[in-house]
Design a protein around this ligand. Structure first.
Ligand SMILES: [Zn+2]
Length: 219
């Protein structure tokens, strides 16, 4: 599914209305119908992105072999997509895998399928998160895609040697507003709106009985 970079995570309520989350931004939701920014991304950052995918506690090889310990692991896994997504930019018709070669911390050996899930990392900007498909690594290395600088800076800053659990960030990430769907892609929350919702979280639009994890289950 296509989303412009740095637009805010949304759940469509009806054909006309969506709930938009003020602290979660899309990165790398590309497709073949929309142009995307191209440019150089350093090898050290693409390698770090790859390692991030392997260090996720929901990595299937970790689950099989207990390679990572929960209190030492990174938990960034947002959701699984329905079925395997192939790259929309390639003519390639087979699923894409990455190999755990030359990684600093991860000790597993099995290759990993990308295009089956999405993950998120914290932004260096105040309390925000980026939500991106695991295919991002392929888009950068094979299609010359260059994510926005603020994402690359946050990836650079993310510490792979420390445990991190996205679900501990729950409360902040729930803040949301309802709006007409045509306004979603140009929405940019003002500091006043964010401050007001932080002060009065009861004003935040919420889906009833939806946990933070379930919030990301429908992509
Ligand atoms: Zn491709």
């Amino acid at each position: 599914m296509y989303h412009p970079d740095l637009t805010y995570y949304r759940i469509n309520l009806t054909e006309d209305e969506a709930i938009v989350y003020l602290h979660i931004k899309y990165i790398g939701w590309l497709d073949s119908d929309h142009s995307y920014h191209q440019g150089f991304v350093s090898n050290s950052l693409t390698e770090k992105l790859k390692e991030l995918l392997f260090l996720d506690l929901k990595n299937s090889e970790e689950q099989d072999k207990r390679i990572l310990k929960p209190n030492e692991a990174i938990f960034i896994h947002g959701s699984r997509t329905r079925g395997i997504h192939l790259c929309h930019l390639c003519n390639e018709s087979s699923p894409i895998e990455v190999e755990p070669i030359d990684l600093k911390y991860y000790r597993g050996s099995k290759s990993m399928l990308v295009g089956i899930n999405a993950v998120y990392i914290p932004s260096t900007k105040n309390g925000e998160f980026y939500f991106f498909p695991t295919m991002l690594h392929h888009y950068i290395t094979e299609h010359n895609y260059k994510p926005p600088e603020e994402f690359l800076n946050s990836l650079q800053a993310f510490n792979l040697s420390k445990p991190f659990n996205i679900f501990k960030e729950e409360e902040k990430s729930y803040l949301a507003v309802k709006m007409p769907i045509e306004e979603v892609n140009s929405f940019n929350p003002s500091p006043e709106l964010i401050a007001d919702l932080l002060k009065h979280p009861e004003k935040s639009a919420r889906l009833p009985d939806v946990t933070f994890e379930e919030l990301f289950s429908d992509i």
